[in-house]
Design a protein around this ligand. Structure first.
Ligand code: ZN
Length: 244
């Protein structure tokens, strides 16, 4: 399934996989396109950004059929810049690591407060949190998702950056691994109060085992990296957190 990524503002990662870097927090959003379905990976930082992603996806999908649209959404972890646009995808099947829905319910105020601390307009944050779409499918181990001609793997590899970290693997000539914020290229990996640092290096070992040496690793923030980068970030995190 070939998508015309050129001049779209999206970076091609393969014929049917691409990503865009959203303004503000340089947050990655991904799109994987099959013959029947299309998976969006993360939803942006608010309703406006989510709607923009949905519109851009529709434009990318239009040459493949007038009725093509995003059918699935995978949320890599419950941080505002990745999830607050989810309501723009209210009609699609949403996936998250098991327990993420509880964060949306019980830690809603902290999600909003974190967004505001990071510069999101308070009413925008509150509105997006009010209408958050909760995952319909909670991934405990691994989940295979058939989009038609391409089967992606959703893997719960945490806890690490948060208690609910979901990675997305896309097969292809070069496998693509959407890492969420388990990997960051444009800055230090962020370990907030909800991080589980002791398990983080093991989560990156798991990512490397899933993707292998030749995969493209797509960080939550920053440029696409290779296995060597992920391995060195794993070693830095292990040293920073005092784990092996
Ligand atoms: Zn994060």
């Amino acid at each position: 399934m070939t998508v015309l990524w050129e001049d779209s503002g999206w970076e091609a990662l393969g014929p049917g996989a691409g990503r865009t870097r959203l303004p503000g927090w340089d947050c990655t959003a991904g799109l994987v396109v099959g013959e029947r379905g299309a998976l969006m990976i993360d939803a942006g930082s608010g309703l406006g950004e989510g709607a923009r992603l949905r519109t851009e996806a529709r434009r990318l999908l239009a040459p493949l059929g007038a009725d093509r649209r995003v059918t699935h959404l995978a949320l890599t972890h419950p941080h505002f810049d990745h999830v607050l646009g989810a309501a723009a995808f209210a009609g699609v099947e949403v996936f998250g690591a098991v327990g993420m829905d509880a964060v949306f319910v019980h830690e809603r105020d902290e999600l909003v407060a974190d967004a505001v601390r990071n510069g999101l307009d308070p009413p925008v944050a509150a509105e997006a949190a009010d209408v958050l779409v909760h995952p319909h499918h909670q991934v405990a181990g691994e989940w295979t998702l058939d989009l038609g001609g391409v089967t992606v793997l959703l893997a719960n590899v945490g806890p690490a950056h948060t208690a609910h970290d979901l990675a997305v693997l896309v097969p292809g000539e070069r496998e693509v691994v959407f890492c969420g914020d388990l990997v960051e290229e444009s800055g230090e990996p962020q370990a907030g109060p909800d991080a589980v640092p002791s398990h983080w290096p093991a989560a990156l070992d798991r990512l490397l085992a899933l993707g292998g040496e030749d995969a493209l690793y797509v960080p939550g923030h920053g440029a696409v990296v290779d296995a060597a980068f992920v391995r060195s970030q794993r070693d830095e995190l292990a040293a920073r957190f005092g784990v092996s």
